[in-house]
Design a protein around this ligand. Structure first.
Ligand code: C5P
Length: 248
């Protein structure tokens, strides 16, 4: 798997999701399914999206005792998803158990990435509620290193943290980064944002983009713009655009 744009399909149900994805005629974007859609529709939504040819990041952020996480990961692995995740705060034994559960009899498995510290948690909340006194940037890096040591493939992090995570954990340790906005777009509730081009420069492997695509007037065009700005050059739209410029 290489670098890509993952569309966050934060829809309430299957019908809305399929209506949205049907607009991408001939294209099969990488999609993220979160808790809302998964709990509303169950595993069938994943099976159907796989049947339709999409790659899937199943964003369920598991966090429980190792045995429970191991067994749950085995179920998710049987759904043939491409990326799953958990909370690094579940500690190394839970992360190692998750990997065991994910690994299929033939040795293959989905990629497993860890949420470090949620971007909704700031320094003050972390200190007051979790009694963690270190600077949050150090905590994020510490969790990323733990995930790497446990054998995981990468982390979900803010694009602002991606370069440091690569520095500490290696270039091949994946950084999957939400909080992406077009330079001329609405930030919504996201506070620390980056454009797709900036995320590309800083070395994000996958960008997770929701509303800038799902709420756009023309979602397909917004997706293609994202692909181009993120440096994915083989986009059909990019080629068409170049041809239009050469032969107007
Ligand atoms: O619409 P928007 O582009 O803000 O969507 C970003 C997606 O990434 C949402 O599904 C959100 O839940 C998810 N996410 C995030 N920040 C994190 C972890 C996940 O925005 N730290």
């Amino acid at each position: 798997m290489g670098k890509d744009v993952i569309i966050a399909c934060d829809f309430a149900g299957a019908a809305e999701t399929f209506r949205f994805l049907d607009r991408f005629t001939g294209r099969k974007p990488f999609v993220k399914i979160g808790m809302e859609l998964f709990y509303a529709e169950g595993p069938e939504i994943v099976r159907e999206l796989k049947r339709r040819g999409h790659r899937i990041f199943l964003d369920l952020k598991l966090h429980d005792i190792p045995n429970t996480v191991k067994k749950t990961m085995a179920v998710l692995s049987s759904l043939d998803v491409d990326i799953v995740n958990l909370h690094a705060g579940g500690t190394a034994p839970m992360m190692r158990a998750a990997l065991e559960g994910l690994t299929r009899p033939d040795g293959t498995r989905p990629l497993l990435i860890a949420v470090t510290m949620l971007t909704s948690t700031d320094q003050q909340t972390m200190e007051n509620d979790l009694l963690i006194r270190e600077p949050i940037a150090d905590v994020v890096l510490h969790y990323a290193k733990n995930a790497k040591a446990a054998g995981l493939d990468g982390v979900v992090c803010s694009p602002l943290e991606a370069a440091k995570v690569h520095e500490a954990c290696g270039a091949d340790f994946l950084t999957v980064t939400p909080g992406v906005r077009f330079a001329d777009g609405d930030r919504g509730d996201q506070k620390r944002v980056m454009t797709p081009a900036e995320a590309d420069r800083i070395g994000s492997d996958y960008i997770v983009v929701g509303r800038p695509i799902t709420a756009a007037e023309d979602p397909v065009k917004a997706y293609e713009r994202c692909m181009i700005e993120f440096g994915i050059r083989n986009s059909e739209f990019g080629i068409r655009n170049c041809l239009n410029k050469l032969y107007p």
